[in-house]
Design a protein. Sequence first.
Length: 327
Amino acid sequence: MKISTSAAYALSVAAMIVLSGCGGSSQIGSPVIGSNPAPNQRIDRSRKPPLIPYLFVSDLGTGPGNGVVQVFNYPNNTLAFTIGGFNTPAGECVDGAGNVYIVDTANQVIQEYTNAGVFVHTLSDKGQSPVACAVRQSPYRVAVANGASGSVSVYNGPVTTPTNIFSDLTKFTTVNYVGYHTGSPLRLFLDGNGMSGPFTFGRMSAGGVFTVIPVAGGPAAPGGVQQPPGKNYLAVGDASSNMIYHIKTNGVLPASTPNNPNPTVLTGSCNSFGDFYIDLIATSQRVVINPETCLSVANEYKYPAGGPPGQQYTSPLISPVGVVVSK
């Protein structure tokens, strides 16, 4: 979950940032992964072992100090296990080895877990307000959006503290979401508040230079940023609606067509600004999974067609705010 203009969302983020402490509550009827991390492990992220497909869902639970990550068998929609010990779990991202990174805003850390839920590594983001992350596999790099801090923390290689923390408050006063785009040079795209008003879109170079990219006719408030698998544009959520826009890297919106509507409308969604995840489930067949905080579910929609949800991931979710698929 990130910075938003909606009142309910703003209250949630305020609670996440202001309150701190450590805690966790397990859910009855599911295995619980231990909440006390072992020492950091060195792993080979260039090799991908056989994985079980899982959907990881960050859940604020009953409030700060009681956050958990519920892990569902995917796409079978049965609860596999629960990872406890979070304060306010928010955004998630996944690397090429299937390892999942969970942003814990109030604790100012990003915790890395294997596909099986085994703790691997802690990235400290002390003094920042981490809310979202993105991973680039080669070269291995983790970028963390620091919300109200208006900065991006970058971790090069298996480090525990940021290699760099970049910001340019003349362009971005908040950085709400980040997403890598494939290709060379390395390009990290982001949105937030700033130079262009309530919705500011842009990119950050490997050296930390921020560039604002004007977008006409797109989102009114910042939402999630992801390059859909097999596509060259970026999917960007609109926190002021239930829509996901398709935006080229130069800020141009591709024309809407029957097979590729722009924007994608998530019918019945109460928020499309959460840390959604677009997954390729078959050749040329994609779905977007969106955490519906106000409905206590994670809904799956056809992408880019949109429409009403199909699969719904529900119990024991209370306040889901981020999702990612590891497979």
